[in-house]
Design a protein around this ligand. Structure first.
Ligand SMILES: Nc1nc2c(c(=O)[nH]1)N[C@H]1C(S)=C(S)[C@@H](COP(=O)(O)O)O[C@H]1N2
Ligand SMILES: [Mo]
Length: 352
């Protein structure tokens, strides 16, 4: 597997487009928090198009040649962590044990998880990137919460390709889409340098038709084009609207309670008195939006943007006043620069 991955190059210790650095002491948990309850000892099975299917115990994994790699984590919801030291067994090393057959072109990685969470990669790409079956992070055994004892680490792809609680690797002739890739529209290539976050969603005219009734409550629509539209009092309670574009939209009084607006663009949107309580607002762009009187209580704001970074560049900051409700814990999840901006505007606000 002679090819060196691009992530081994020091010059890539930079942020891909649209990412921001998580605070140094923060490593957010995304997706499932714990593996499936199972008292059986941990094993890793290699199956599918292999000459010798094998099942390895944790002890056997630890006896294989170990490597250390310093990798960069890029979550699709826009936070990154650079230079995380991981240790374990190279996928390539493992596969020599099972002998992939010539027909094997894809690898499906399956987790010990309640929903059999999985992800997949073309086999040659997985090997070229020096994917790692990780057992350690920062020289300690991987904790259960971090995906231990055995976690896939795929350098050079958004972190949803790094499967927690890996228990089976199946080699296939055809690809088998993973959990997020098939349920959330996450891009199957997932290259952060090309911003391959999501598949294309609805067309603009389809979006307009759907928006005519101003009722999106409970709907699931990926990449909704709604920029510039008049949508006051829009109903979108509980809607799943990842990667929607609501830039410059009139959304005064809109209802987004418990909605998933991950990575949505709300640049310049009029959100006065909008209800965003308990919404998932990770990676949302609020630059120059009007949030006066908006209620963001219980919302998660990891990697959300309220003003351009670096300061002084691009659009004006979001309008936030004392009537805007944001939990202190959500403010604490923002980057220091965003935090300072939001804090200064809501500091006189009573506890939410
Ligand atoms: N088994 C399993 N693996 C998973 C997920 C999941 O929900 N279940 N989420 C993925 C996503 S979307 C991300 S960003 C990372 C998060 O890893 P962390 O919780 O250690 O930060 O795990 C990935 N691997
Ligand atoms: Mo993710």
């Amino acid at each position: 597997m002679g090819q060196r991955s691009e992530t081994m190059n020091a010059s890539t210790r930079a942020l891909p487009p649209g990412q921001q650095l998580a605070a140094a002491d923060k490593w957010p948990t995304v997706g499932e928090r714990l593996p499936r309850k199972d008292n059986a000892p941990w094993t890793l099975a290699l199956s599918g198009l292999v000459e010798w299917p094998v099942t390895l115990s944790l002890f056997e994994l630890e006896q294989l040649p170990q490597v250390e790699r310093t990798i960069d984590i890029h979550c699709v919801t826009r936070w990154s962590k650079l230079g995380v030291r991981c240790g374990g067994v190279l996928l390539a090393e493992l596969l020599t044990r099972a002998r992939p057959s010539a027909a094997a072109k894809f690898a499906s990685f399956v987790a010990r998880s309640e929903r059999s969470h999985s992800t997949s990669l073309p086999l040659d790409a997985a090997l070229a990137m020096e994917s790692l079956v990780a057992l350690r992070v920062e020289d300690r055994p991987l904790s259960i919460e971090r995906g231990g004892p055995v976690r896939l680490i795929v350098p050079g792809r958004y972190f949803y390709k790094s499967l927690k609680w890996l228990e089976r690797i199946e080699l296939l002739a055809e690809d088998r889409l993973g959990y997020w890739e098939s349920t959330a529209g996450y891009h199957n290539q997932a290259d952060p340098w090309r911003e391959q976050r999501y598949l294309a969603g609805l067309s603009k005219s389809e979006a307009r038709q759907i928006l005519e009734r101003r009722d999106l409550a409970g709907r699931e629509l990926l990449g909704l084009h709604a920029a510039g539209l008049e949508l006051p009092n829009l109903r979108a309670t509980g809607a799943v609207l990842r990667n929607a574009d609501f830039s410059q939209c009139r959304l005064r009084g809109a209802r987004f309670e418990r909605a998933n607006l991950t990575n949505a663009r709300l640049v310049g949107a009029d959100l006065r008195d909008a209800k965003l309580t308990h919404a998932d607002l990770e990676g949302v762009e609020f630059t120059s939006a009007d949030l006066r009187g908006a209620d963001l209580t219980g919302a998660s704001l990891l990697a959300a943007t309220f003003r351009s970074e670096p300061p002084g560049e691009g659009a004006a900051g979001a309008r936030i006043n004392r009537a805007t409700r944001i939990d202190p814990a959500a403010v604490a999840d923002l980057t220091p620069h965003q935090q300072a901006y939001v804090q200064a505007r809501i500091s006189n606000q009573g506890a939410a």
